[in-house]
Write a protein that binds this ligand. Structure first.
Ligand code: HEC
Length: 209
């Protein structure tokens, strides 16, 4: 009986010892340490790679980073048509008129995109009292202000593209054509806001309160 106990004890201690050691040496041990951890199974956590601005013996010039091919233009900075993609014409003034053909399809697209990307702050009517504005102290412009109504199309486009003061840029979220569609739809909102009662077709005037 006493001999059996000793065997159990020895086994138990061995197992416990191995467990403790493997825990301590594994990467999941909870001891913060500046030492490089011992990787028993490195899997894909550790791989050879070239870091920025380091040297490399692989290339003849000894640099790790490669220079772009001469005359390369980054996709994000390439604009085949600068006025179309920035709203600013070659002479530095804002493009006067929306270059897209204004039809029902474009306006519906502008409305859909406006409701997703602009309405949270500017409200679906463009008043500037969207949910974000209501819940924060942030005051988006009222798109019906005379100052903004008087902007040419290119300036509206430019605000969406580059942002202005606290208004963020939306060029990465919205394709160029969608930004022009939004500009066209903002014009619809402004027109409806500034409309007079007697401009409503006679047969619909009765529905006005
Ligand atoms: C995250 C909130 C937010 C969203 C979303 C947003 N705006 Fe704005 N916008 C603002 C704020 C804030 C201002 C006021 C900027 C200022 O005057 O500092 C502003 C101002 C403007 C102005 C007036 C700029 C001027 O010259 O005073 C226009 C035009 C405008 N936004 C259009 C849009 C359009 C179109 C969209 C959708 C693509 C949009 N905004 C989405 C917050 C937003």
């Amino acid at each position: 009986m006493s001999i059996d106990m000793r065997i159990v004890n020895t086994r138990t201690w061995t197992v416990l010892g191995v467990l403790t050691l493997s825990l301590l040496s594994s990467a999941c041990s909870n001891y913060p340490s500046r030492e490089t951890p011992i990787w028993v199974f490195p899997d894909m956590k550790k791989q050879d790679k070239v870091k920025f601005e380091t040297s490399s013996s692989f290339f003849a010039d000894g640099r790790g980073s490669r220079l772009p091919v001469a005359h390369t233009v980054a996709q994000e900075t390439y604009h085949a048509d600068v006025p179309y993609s920035t709203g600013i014409a070659a002479d530095g003034t804002y493009v006067a008129k929306n270059p897209e053909a204004i039809d029902r399809e474009l306006l519906l697209r502008g409305q859909a995109k406006f409701n997703v990307y602009c309405a949270p702050c500017h409200d679906r009517t463009g008043s500037g009292r969207g949910v974000v504005a209501a819940k924060s102290g942030w005051i988006p412009g009222n798109l019906h202000d005379e100052r903004i109504v008087n902007y040419v199309d290119g300036e509206l486009f430019h605000v969406v593209t580059a942002g202005r003061r606290s208004m963020p840029s939306y060029r990465f979220q919205l394709a160029e054509k969608d930004r022009w569609a939004i500009v066209a739809f903002v014009r619809v909102l402004q027109r409806s806001w500034l409309g007079k009662a007697d401009e409503v077709p006679v047969e619909s005037q009765g529905r006005l309160r």
